[in-house]
Design a protein around this ligand. Structure first.
Ligand code: ZN
Length: 394
Protein backbone atom coordinates (compact mmCIF):
# COMPACT_ATOMS: atom_id res chain seq x y z
CA UNK A 1 0.00 0.00 0.00
CA UNK A 2 1.52 3.29 -1.08
CA UNK A 3 0.53 6.23 1.09
CA UNK A 4 0.39 9.83 0.03
CA UNK A 5 2.22 12.46 2.06
CA UNK A 6 -0.98 13.64 3.81
CA UNK A 7 -1.96 10.05 4.60
CA UNK A 8 1.49 9.48 6.12
CA UNK A 9 1.10 12.55 8.34
CA UNK A 10 -2.35 11.40 9.46
CA UNK A 11 -1.02 7.92 10.22
CA UNK A 12 1.89 9.30 12.26
CA UNK A 13 -0.69 11.32 14.20
CA UNK A 14 -2.61 8.10 14.96
CA UNK A 15 0.55 6.42 16.28
CA UNK A 16 1.62 9.44 18.36
CA UNK A 17 -1.80 9.95 20.01
CA UNK A 18 -1.96 6.23 20.79
CA UNK A 19 1.51 6.54 22.36
CA UNK A 20 0.31 9.53 24.42
CA UNK A 21 -2.69 7.50 25.61
CA UNK A 22 -0.45 4.69 26.82
CA UNK A 23 2.01 7.11 28.42
CA UNK A 24 -0.69 8.97 30.35
CA UNK A 25 -2.48 5.80 31.40
CA UNK A 26 0.80 4.25 32.60
CA UNK A 27 1.60 7.33 34.66
CA UNK A 28 -1.95 7.37 36.05
CA UNK A 29 -1.39 3.80 37.33
CA UNK A 30 1.90 4.93 38.85
CA UNK A 31 0.67 8.15 40.49
CA UNK A 32 -3.09 7.79 40.83
CA UNK A 33 -3.60 11.24 39.28
CA UNK A 34 -7.22 11.44 38.12
CA UNK A 35 -6.32 14.38 35.88
CA UNK A 36 -3.85 12.16 34.02
CA UNK A 37 -6.52 9.48 33.67
CA UNK A 38 -8.95 12.00 32.18
CA UNK A 39 -6.23 13.19 29.82
CA UNK A 40 -5.47 9.57 28.83
CA UNK A 41 -9.14 8.99 27.97
CA UNK A 42 -9.06 12.19 25.92
CA UNK A 43 -5.97 11.05 24.01
CA UNK A 44 -7.66 7.73 23.35
CA UNK A 45 -10.59 9.50 21.65
CA UNK A 46 -8.04 11.64 19.78
CA UNK A 47 -6.58 8.44 18.34
CA UNK A 48 -9.96 7.78 16.76
CA UNK A 49 -10.17 11.35 15.50
CA UNK A 50 -6.79 10.88 13.81
CA UNK A 51 -7.99 7.60 12.28
CA UNK A 52 -10.99 9.54 10.98
CA UNK A 53 -8.69 12.15 9.44
CA UNK A 54 -6.70 9.37 7.77
CA UNK A 55 -9.82 7.67 6.39
CA UNK A 56 -11.28 11.03 5.37
CA UNK A 57 -8.20 11.87 3.30
CA UNK A 58 -8.27 8.40 1.72
CA UNK A 59 -11.99 8.52 0.87
CA UNK A 60 -11.86 12.13 -0.33
CA UNK A 61 -9.58 11.10 -3.21
CA UNK A 62 -12.18 8.86 -4.76
CA UNK A 63 -14.15 9.88 -7.79
CA UNK A 64 -16.94 7.51 -8.65
CA UNK A 65 -19.87 7.47 -11.03
CA UNK A 66 -22.26 8.34 -8.22
CA UNK A 67 -20.00 11.19 -6.97
CA UNK A 68 -18.78 12.78 -10.20
CA UNK A 69 -17.57 15.95 -8.41
CA UNK A 70 -15.40 13.83 -6.14
CA UNK A 71 -15.68 13.21 -2.43
CA UNK A 72 -13.35 16.06 -1.50
CA UNK A 73 -15.86 17.45 0.99
CA UNK A 74 -15.45 14.38 3.19
CA UNK A 75 -12.37 16.20 4.48
CA UNK A 76 -14.49 19.23 5.38
CA UNK A 77 -17.00 16.99 7.16
CA UNK A 78 -14.13 15.51 9.18
CA UNK A 79 -12.95 19.05 9.99
CA UNK A 80 -16.41 19.94 11.25
CA UNK A 81 -16.37 16.84 13.44
CA UNK A 82 -12.92 17.81 14.76
CA UNK A 83 -14.15 21.28 15.67
CA UNK A 84 -16.79 19.61 17.86
CA UNK A 85 -14.07 17.44 19.40
CA UNK A 86 -12.13 20.62 20.24
CA UNK A 87 -15.21 22.24 21.82
CA UNK A 88 -15.71 19.07 23.83
CA UNK A 89 -12.09 19.28 24.99
CA UNK A 90 -12.86 22.77 26.26
CA UNK A 91 -15.87 21.46 28.14
CA UNK A 92 -13.69 18.74 29.70
CA UNK A 93 -11.24 21.33 30.99
CA UNK A 94 -14.05 23.30 32.60
CA UNK A 95 -15.46 20.16 34.17
CA UNK A 96 -12.00 19.25 35.41
CA UNK A 97 -11.55 22.69 36.94
CA UNK A 98 -14.93 22.59 38.64
CA UNK A 99 -14.63 19.00 39.84
CA UNK A 100 -11.21 19.77 41.29
CA UNK A 101 -9.80 16.28 41.81
CA UNK A 102 -8.67 16.40 45.41
CA UNK A 103 -7.44 12.82 45.83
CA UNK A 104 -3.88 12.49 47.04
CA UNK A 105 -1.33 11.95 44.28
CA UNK A 106 1.74 9.77 44.64
CA UNK A 107 4.91 11.20 43.14
CA UNK A 108 3.45 14.54 41.92
CA UNK A 109 6.76 15.34 40.18
CA UNK A 110 6.44 12.17 38.05
CA UNK A 111 2.82 13.06 37.17
CA UNK A 112 3.96 16.57 36.28
CA UNK A 113 6.72 15.15 34.07
CA UNK A 114 4.14 13.06 32.20
CA UNK A 115 1.97 16.12 31.66
CA UNK A 116 4.99 18.11 30.50
CA UNK A 117 6.00 15.43 27.98
CA UNK A 118 2.41 15.31 26.75
CA UNK A 119 2.36 19.11 26.33
CA UNK A 120 5.56 19.11 24.28
CA UNK A 121 4.55 16.12 22.13
CA UNK A 122 1.05 17.51 21.44
CA UNK A 123 2.48 20.88 20.53
CA UNK A 124 5.09 19.29 18.24
CA UNK A 125 2.37 17.21 16.59
CA UNK A 126 0.23 20.32 16.06
CA UNK A 127 3.09 22.19 14.36
CA UNK A 128 3.78 19.15 12.17
CA UNK A 129 0.15 18.74 11.10
CA UNK A 130 -0.48 22.45 10.53
CA UNK A 131 2.64 22.68 8.37
CA UNK A 132 1.79 19.61 6.28
CA UNK A 133 -1.88 20.62 6.13
CA UNK A 134 -1.04 24.04 4.74
CA UNK A 135 1.57 22.68 2.36
CA UNK A 136 -0.78 20.09 0.85
CA UNK A 137 -3.91 22.19 1.30
CA UNK A 138 -5.64 19.58 3.43
CA UNK A 139 -8.41 21.14 5.55
CA UNK A 140 -8.78 18.11 7.83
CA UNK A 141 -5.06 18.04 8.66
CA UNK A 142 -5.17 21.77 9.42
CA UNK A 143 -8.20 21.25 11.68
CA UNK A 144 -6.46 18.38 13.43
CA UNK A 145 -3.39 20.57 13.87
CA UNK A 146 -5.55 23.11 15.72
CA UNK A 147 -6.95 20.21 17.71
CA UNK A 148 -3.49 19.03 18.83
CA UNK A 149 -2.69 22.58 19.85
CA UNK A 150 -5.77 22.59 22.08
CA UNK A 151 -4.59 19.24 23.49
CA UNK A 152 -1.24 20.78 24.37
CA UNK A 153 -3.13 23.52 26.23
CA UNK A 154 -5.24 21.03 28.15
CA UNK A 155 -2.09 19.14 29.14
CA UNK A 156 -0.78 22.41 30.61
CA UNK A 157 -3.89 22.50 32.78
CA UNK A 158 -3.11 18.98 33.98
CA UNK A 159 0.49 20.05 34.66
CA UNK A 160 -0.60 23.04 36.72
CA UNK A 161 -3.22 20.87 38.40
CA UNK A 162 -0.86 18.15 39.65
CA UNK A 163 1.72 20.69 40.78
CA UNK A 164 -0.49 23.19 42.58
CA UNK A 165 -3.67 21.36 43.52
CA UNK A 166 -5.71 23.17 40.87
CA UNK A 167 -5.58 26.54 39.30
CA UNK A 168 -9.07 27.39 38.07
CA UNK A 169 -7.99 30.65 36.56
CA UNK A 170 -5.33 28.93 34.45
CA UNK A 171 -7.99 26.47 33.32
CA UNK A 172 -10.40 29.21 32.30
CA UNK A 173 -7.75 31.12 30.36
CA UNK A 174 -6.82 27.95 28.54
CA UNK A 175 -10.45 27.17 27.74
CA UNK A 176 -10.61 30.49 25.95
CA UNK A 177 -7.74 29.43 23.68
CA UNK A 178 -9.22 25.98 23.17
CA UNK A 179 -12.57 27.42 22.06
CA UNK A 180 -10.69 29.80 19.78
CA UNK A 181 -8.81 26.85 18.25
CA UNK A 182 -12.15 25.17 17.53
CA UNK A 183 -13.91 28.16 15.98
CA UNK A 184 -11.64 28.28 12.91
CA UNK A 185 -12.15 24.74 11.61
CA UNK A 186 -15.84 25.07 12.53
CA UNK A 187 -16.39 28.18 10.40
CA UNK A 188 -14.03 27.10 7.62
CA UNK A 189 -15.64 23.70 7.16
CA UNK A 190 -19.19 25.08 7.33
CA UNK A 191 -18.32 27.65 4.68
CA UNK A 192 -16.92 25.02 2.33
CA UNK A 193 -19.86 22.68 2.95
CA UNK A 194 -22.22 25.54 2.08
CA UNK A 195 -20.22 26.42 -1.06
CA UNK A 196 -18.92 29.81 0.05
CA UNK A 197 -16.89 31.67 -2.54
CA UNK A 198 -13.15 31.17 -2.79
CA UNK A 199 -11.07 34.11 -1.60
CA UNK A 200 -11.26 37.36 -3.59
CA UNK A 201 -7.49 37.46 -4.25
CA UNK A 202 -7.65 34.15 -6.11
CA UNK A 203 -10.69 35.30 -8.09
CA UNK A 204 -8.84 38.46 -9.05
CA UNK A 205 -5.85 36.42 -10.20
CA UNK A 206 -8.12 34.20 -12.33
CA UNK A 207 -9.72 37.29 -13.84
CA UNK A 208 -6.30 38.66 -14.79
CA UNK A 209 -5.39 35.37 -16.48
CA UNK A 210 -8.66 35.36 -18.43
CA UNK A 211 -8.17 38.96 -19.52
CA UNK A 212 -4.59 38.31 -20.63
CA UNK A 213 -5.87 37.12 -24.01
CA UNK A 214 -6.78 40.12 -26.17
CA UNK A 215 -9.71 38.19 -27.67
CA UNK A 216 -11.43 38.16 -24.30
CA UNK A 217 -13.49 41.33 -24.30
CA UNK A 218 -15.21 40.93 -20.98
CA UNK A 219 -15.37 38.57 -18.03
CA UNK A 220 -19.13 38.53 -17.50
CA UNK A 221 -19.21 36.36 -14.43
CA UNK A 222 -16.68 34.52 -12.33
CA UNK A 223 -17.28 32.31 -9.34
CA UNK A 224 -15.47 29.60 -7.47
CA UNK A 225 -15.93 27.28 -4.54
CA UNK A 226 -13.74 25.05 -2.42
CA UNK A 227 -14.18 21.34 -1.97
CA UNK A 228 -11.74 19.65 0.37
CA UNK A 229 -8.26 20.44 -0.91
CA UNK A 230 -9.52 21.63 -4.27
CA UNK A 231 -11.09 24.58 -6.04
CA UNK A 232 -13.81 24.57 -8.67
CA UNK A 233 -14.11 27.68 -10.84
CA UNK A 234 -16.70 28.79 -13.38
CA UNK A 235 -16.44 31.75 -15.72
CA UNK A 236 -18.50 33.32 -18.47
CA UNK A 237 -16.47 35.37 -20.93
CA UNK A 238 -17.32 37.44 -23.96
CA UNK A 239 -15.07 36.43 -26.78
CA UNK A 240 -14.08 37.95 -30.09
CA UNK A 241 -13.58 34.79 -32.10
CA UNK A 242 -14.27 34.02 -35.71
CA UNK A 243 -15.24 30.42 -35.39
CA UNK A 244 -16.47 27.93 -32.90
CA UNK A 245 -13.11 26.15 -33.13
CA UNK A 246 -11.20 29.31 -32.27
CA UNK A 247 -13.46 30.11 -29.33
CA UNK A 248 -13.01 26.60 -28.07
CA UNK A 249 -9.26 26.80 -28.51
CA UNK A 250 -9.05 30.11 -26.61
CA UNK A 251 -11.10 28.82 -23.71
CA UNK A 252 -9.05 25.61 -23.51
CA UNK A 253 -5.84 27.65 -23.50
CA UNK A 254 -7.21 29.82 -20.68
CA UNK A 255 -8.33 26.78 -18.70
CA UNK A 256 -4.84 25.34 -18.90
CA UNK A 257 -3.32 28.69 -17.87
CA UNK A 258 -5.56 28.93 -14.79
CA UNK A 259 -4.76 25.35 -13.76
CA UNK A 260 -1.06 26.05 -14.21
CA UNK A 261 -0.96 29.29 -12.25
CA UNK A 262 -3.53 28.76 -9.48
CA UNK A 263 -2.70 25.85 -7.20
CA UNK A 264 -5.20 23.06 -6.43
CA UNK A 265 -7.75 23.81 -9.14
CA UNK A 266 -9.64 20.59 -9.83
CA UNK A 267 -11.81 22.01 -12.55
CA UNK A 268 -12.31 25.30 -14.37
CA UNK A 269 -15.23 25.65 -16.68
CA UNK A 270 -15.22 28.53 -19.16
CA UNK A 271 -18.41 29.31 -20.96
CA UNK A 272 -17.90 31.64 -23.91
CA UNK A 273 -20.33 33.96 -25.59
CA UNK A 274 -19.79 35.89 -28.80
CA UNK A 275 -19.26 39.60 -28.42
CA UNK A 276 -22.51 41.43 -28.89
CA UNK A 277 -22.10 43.42 -32.06
CA UNK A 278 -24.86 45.95 -31.51
CA UNK A 279 -22.07 48.51 -31.40
CA UNK A 280 -19.28 47.84 -33.79
CA UNK A 281 -16.29 49.82 -35.01
CA UNK A 282 -15.07 49.27 -38.56
CA UNK A 283 -11.71 50.34 -39.94
CA UNK A 284 -11.27 50.77 -43.68
CA UNK A 285 -7.85 51.47 -45.25
CA UNK A 286 -8.14 54.44 -47.63
CA UNK A 287 -5.87 56.23 -50.10
CA UNK A 288 -6.36 59.80 -48.88
CA UNK A 289 -7.67 61.97 -46.10
CA UNK A 290 -11.12 62.33 -47.72
CA UNK A 291 -11.68 58.73 -46.85
CA UNK A 292 -13.78 57.77 -49.85
CA UNK A 293 -11.65 55.32 -51.83
CA UNK A 294 -10.26 52.05 -50.48
CA UNK A 295 -6.55 51.44 -50.50
CA UNK A 296 -5.40 48.24 -52.18
CA UNK A 297 -3.04 47.58 -49.32
CA UNK A 298 -3.81 47.23 -45.69
CA UNK A 299 -0.72 47.95 -43.63
CA UNK A 300 0.74 50.48 -46.04
CA UNK A 301 -2.50 52.45 -46.49
CA UNK A 302 -1.79 56.09 -45.54
CA UNK A 303 -5.14 56.56 -43.74
CA UNK A 304 -7.89 54.59 -42.11
CA UNK A 305 -11.55 55.56 -41.86
CA UNK A 306 -13.08 54.52 -38.55
CA UNK A 307 -16.84 54.06 -38.65
CA UNK A 308 -19.02 53.33 -35.63
CA UNK A 309 -22.15 51.39 -36.41
CA UNK A 310 -25.03 50.98 -34.01
CA UNK A 311 -27.41 48.37 -35.30
CA UNK A 312 -27.67 49.48 -38.94
CA UNK A 313 -27.00 53.15 -38.35
CA UNK A 314 -23.68 54.84 -38.91
CA UNK A 315 -23.03 56.92 -35.79
CA UNK A 316 -19.53 58.32 -36.09
CA UNK A 317 -16.92 58.59 -38.72
CA UNK A 318 -13.35 59.81 -38.54
CA UNK A 319 -10.14 59.48 -40.50
CA UNK A 320 -6.86 58.64 -38.78
CA UNK A 321 -3.38 58.67 -40.27
CA UNK A 322 -1.33 55.48 -40.39
CA UNK A 323 2.07 56.38 -38.91
CA UNK A 324 3.51 53.00 -39.96
CA UNK A 325 2.56 53.21 -43.67
CA UNK A 326 6.15 53.87 -44.77
CA UNK A 327 7.82 51.40 -42.41
CA UNK A 328 10.20 48.97 -44.17
CA UNK A 329 9.49 45.95 -42.00
CA UNK A 330 7.05 44.72 -39.35
CA UNK A 331 4.37 47.20 -40.31
CA UNK A 332 1.68 44.45 -40.23
CA UNK A 333 1.93 43.90 -36.45
CA UNK A 334 2.34 47.64 -35.74
CA UNK A 335 -0.79 48.53 -37.72
CA UNK A 336 -2.76 45.69 -36.10
CA UNK A 337 -1.73 46.95 -32.68
CA UNK A 338 -2.73 50.49 -33.56
CA UNK A 339 -6.18 49.32 -34.76
CA UNK A 340 -6.66 47.25 -31.60
CA UNK A 341 -5.75 50.30 -29.53
CA UNK A 342 -8.47 52.22 -31.38
CA UNK A 343 -11.00 49.52 -30.37
CA UNK A 344 -11.55 48.38 -33.93
CA UNK A 345 -13.74 45.26 -34.22
CA UNK A 346 -13.61 44.68 -38.00
CA UNK A 347 -11.37 45.70 -40.86
CA UNK A 348 -12.91 45.89 -44.34
CA UNK A 349 -10.50 45.48 -47.24
CA UNK A 350 -10.96 45.32 -51.00
CA UNK A 351 -8.99 42.11 -51.54
CA UNK A 352 -7.34 39.32 -49.61
CA UNK A 353 -4.23 40.68 -47.85
CA UNK A 354 -1.05 38.60 -47.44
CA UNK A 355 -1.64 35.65 -45.08
CA UNK A 356 0.35 36.89 -42.10
CA UNK A 357 -1.72 40.04 -41.61
CA UNK A 358 -4.97 38.10 -41.30
CA UNK A 359 -3.57 35.97 -38.48
CA UNK A 360 -2.13 38.94 -36.64
CA UNK A 361 -5.52 40.69 -36.76
CA UNK A 362 -7.41 37.59 -35.67
CA UNK A 363 -5.01 37.12 -32.80
CA UNK A 364 -6.12 40.53 -31.55
CA UNK A 365 -9.76 39.70 -32.01
CA UNK A 366 -10.19 41.85 -35.12
CA UNK A 367 -12.23 40.36 -37.91
CA UNK A 368 -11.24 40.75 -41.53
CA UNK A 369 -13.97 41.29 -44.13
CA UNK A 370 -13.12 41.14 -47.83
CA UNK A 371 -15.58 43.28 -49.76
CA UNK A 372 -14.18 43.32 -53.36
CA UNK A 373 -15.25 46.98 -53.84
CA UNK A 374 -13.41 50.27 -54.37
CA UNK A 375 -15.56 52.82 -52.52
CA UNK A 376 -15.92 53.15 -48.77
CA UNK A 377 -19.73 53.48 -48.98
CA UNK A 378 -19.97 50.20 -50.90
CA UNK A 379 -17.63 48.51 -48.48
CA UNK A 380 -19.81 49.58 -45.54
CA UNK A 381 -22.98 48.43 -47.31
CA UNK A 382 -21.37 45.09 -47.99
CA UNK A 383 -20.31 44.67 -44.36
CA UNK A 384 -23.72 45.65 -42.97
CA UNK A 385 -25.43 43.23 -45.35
CA UNK A 386 -23.06 40.49 -44.24
CA UNK A 387 -23.85 41.31 -40.63
CA UNK A 388 -27.58 41.06 -41.25
CA UNK A 389 -27.25 37.85 -43.19
CA UNK A 390 -25.32 36.04 -40.44
CA UNK A 391 -26.83 37.74 -37.42
CA UNK A 392 -23.35 38.79 -36.46
CA UNK A 393 -20.15 39.15 -38.40
CA UNK A 394 -19.12 35.55 -38.21
ZN1 ZN B 1 -7.97 16.24 21.76
Amino acid sequence: MKLSKTEQVALISVVVTLGLTLLKFGFYLLTGSVALLADAVHSFTDTFTSILVFLGIKISKRKTASFPYGLYKVENMVSLFISFAIFYAGYEIVREAVAHPSGAINLPIVAAAAAAISTVVSYGLSVYKLKAGKKFNSPSLIADGHHSRSDALSSIVVLVGVLTGFDRIAALIIVFFVIKAGVRPFIDSLKVLLDASIDPETLLKVKDILKSDPRVVKVKSLKGRNSGSFKFIEAVIELKAHSFEEAHEVSEKLERAVKREIPNVDEILIHYEPVSRAHCRYAIPVVNENGTRLSEHLSSAPFFVLVDVDGEQVKNRKVIANPYAKLERHKGPMVAKMLAKNDVDCVIVSSEPPGGVKFILEGMGIELIIAHVDMVEDALKFALKEAQRTGSHE
